[in-house]
Design a protein around this ligand. Structure first.
Ligand code: NA7
Length: 566
């Protein structure tokens, strides 16, 4: 196989540069190196792990079962690691990321403590010029983003926050030096998404006073965390092929997480029995393995939301608090949250819920938080306020494609995000996104999505290298069709009826994209779409041999070039 070529055969520093040392970047590094490419991965942090490196707040655990939240491409790798519990806690997943790094011998190609600030495509050389945080630059042929969809912390503008004398923490930027010991302190948590719910449940009883500032209540389902039995670990290791098959034929990339039955297949009593069974099994069993029409039918959705609201009323002793905790939007239209014992925390005397819809936050003060009704004296404020999701991490870099057009401009500042298959976008030749916008990303088992995505990008590059091509680029037409497909799929659901970070509504002033920015059709359908494109010689991509690749000027004159078969 030949080396990647630039248009004028100017040797780039690297064949490929990868941004991000989370699981996406690690797997991309392994696969691209396997193609014989010279690859360098730049990571902002001082270690691998991405999400699991930065988010270290108490109570953090994965909400995909650990036996599925693992790489499955290598039986040796899979069998060499043993999870301890049904849902792995943060430290164990971070250990797993380090285990993967060691076993695949990845460290030698990783540079830590290095921000990638810019990446500019050079039309003349057909190289990417990558600008690093220390002011230096490196060049590469392929530019690969593996930045994760939830890595740009959302720190909202909260009046007076800089005057607060206590400690301010963000769940997504938790200190690594142990300086966040909150034992015995008066602590506020702002935000009740997955991070808030987990940190609240973990801190209740460990801190002196916990005040929760909730803007929107969540449907929180029990996790049913437990240690894994030796037998289930053994059988998953022995039956890895079966696990892979189940993941790839499922919607969410995990076995057993779906059903074909409608709410209307059962009468009221049987329905309650099925829902109770799902609730008792925990994890995704309640929403996914009970009925399949919660997200597509308003009446079915009401059955689910009423069921959870009744659970809240049963668990929470104070009726006013229970009422505040009850969501009034469609169940499942914000990403489902899981935690054991969350609603129970509100029965404690040392936990207080502030419903900011009725008791608005006015300002932070040097001593704490003042609301329209009271002043809360605090030692620490935890911002569990989430992320500028999906496009945020990409937009935080200055990425410029042909003719200096930035990714922000191309995607109309987020109003018209369009990628082809979630891996590439027209005008940005030789740039690939792992779990980018309009891939499975946050709507499936993340590790499963990474493997599907990276394997496919690797196949595409293998194809390009074999034909001595210099450029691989998605067509504008293919990406518009794919982006519209994502939008068509999501419009069949109730998802767009609720503002959420899935649509960018959590960030003040962020544009809502004309096209939904995640592929909502599930793992099996996504894998089929990738397979079809591959079977048709990577249909939707222009794979250009050196002799026909347009220069920047030709591109301007001719517009989008016709596909060239190599
Ligand atoms: P989320 O799910 O975006 O939750 C953030 C929470 O913070 C949510 O309750 C927000 O309320 C709240 N929030 C955000 N900004 C503010 C302000 N300005 N004032 C008050 N409350 C605010 O982020 P997470 O980190 O919990 O989870 C993200 C994903 O990471 C999760 O789904 C998993 O996939 C892992 P809102 O609902 O917007 O009214």
């Amino acid at each position: 196989m030949s080396r990647p070529r630039t248009r004028h055969n100017v040797t780039a520093d690297y064949d490929a540069v990868i941004v991000g040392g989370g699981f996406s970047g690690l797997y991309a590094l392994y696969r691209l190196r396997g193609l014989g490419l010279r690859v360098r991965l730049f990571e902002r942090g001082s270690g691998v792990g991405g999400t699991w490196f930065w988010n270290r707040y108490p109570g953090l655990q994965c909400d995909t079962e650990s036996l599925s939240y693992s790489f499955t491409f290598s039986p040796q790798l899979y069998r060499g690691w043993t999870w301890t519990s049904r849902f792995a806690p943060q430290q164990e997943i971070l250990d797993y990321a380090n285990y993967v790094t060691d076993r695949l011998d990845l460290l030698r190609d990783i540079t830590f403590n290095t921000d990638v600030e810019s990446a500019h495509y050079d039309d003349l050389t057909n190289q990417w010029v990558v600008g690093l945080g220390d002011g230096s630059e490196v060049t590469c042929t392929y530019f690969v983003t593996a930045v994760g969809p939830l890595s740009a912390a959302n720190v909202p503008r909260l009046e007076g926050l800089d005057t607060f004398r206590g400690q301010v923490l963000h769940t997504g930027q938790w200190p690594q030096d142990g300086s966040a010991d909150l034992t015995g302190k008066r602590v506020a948590v702002i935000g009740t998404g997955s991070s808030g719910v987990q940190v609240i449940t973990a801190l209740a009883g460990r801190v002196d006073q916990l005040v929760v500032f909730q803007r929107t209540p969540q449907y929180v389902m029990p996790t049913r965390q437990r240690p894994l039995a030796a037998q289930e670990i053994h059988s998953s290791k022995e039956n890895l092929a079966g696990l892979v098959e189940q993941k790839l034929s499922s919607a969410f990339g995990a076995p057993g997480a779906s059903t074909h039955r409608s709410v209307f297949d059962d009468g009221p009593n049987e329905r309650m029995r099925v829902l109770d069974e799902g609730w008792n099994l925990g994890a995704q069993a309640f929403p996914l393995a009970t009925y399949n029409d919660f997200l597509t039918n308003e009446e079915a959705n009401r059955v689910a939301s009423d069921f959870v609201r009744r659970k809240i009323a049963d668990i929470v002793e104070d009726p006013m608090t229970a009422q505040s905790l009850m969501p009034d939007y469609y169940f499942g239209t914000k990403r489902p949250v899981q935690a054991d014992g969350y609603y129970e925390t509100y029965n404690r005397d040392d936990v207080h819920l502030v419903d900011t819809r009725v008791e608005a936050i006015e300002t932070m003060t040097p001593a704490g938080i003042r609301t329209s009704a009271a002043e809360y004296g605090l030692d620490a404020i935890i911002l569990a306020t989430g992320f500028d999701a999906i496009t945020g991490p990409l937009f935080s870099m200055d990425i410029q494609g042909r003719h200096g057009v930035t990714l922000r401009e191309k995607w109309a500042d987020g109003a018209r995000v369009a990628s082809y298959l979630g891996v590439a976008t027209n005008g940005f030749p030789n740039m690939f996104m792992v779990q980018g916008p309009q891939s499975l990303s946050v709507m499936a088992n993340f590790l499963c999505g990474i493997e599907v995505n990276v394997d496919w990008i690797t196949g595409l590059l293998r194809r390009a290298l074999a034909s001595d091509a210099v450029q691989v680029e998605a067509t504008a037409d293919a990406e518009t069709r794919w982006a519209q497909h994502c939008q068509d799929l999501v419009e069949k659901t109730l998802i767009l009826k609720t503002p959420s970070w899935w649509t960018g509504a959590n960030i003040e002033g962020k544009a809502r994209s004309e096209f939904f920015t995640t592929y909502p059709g599930g793992v099996a359908e996504y894998a089929k779409a990738l397979g079809r494109a591959e079977d048709n010689d990577y249909e939707g991509f222009l794979i250009r041999p050196a002799r026909t690749a347009p220069s920047g000027d030709q591109q301007t004159a001719l517009g989008a070039p016709a596909p060239v078969s190599a």
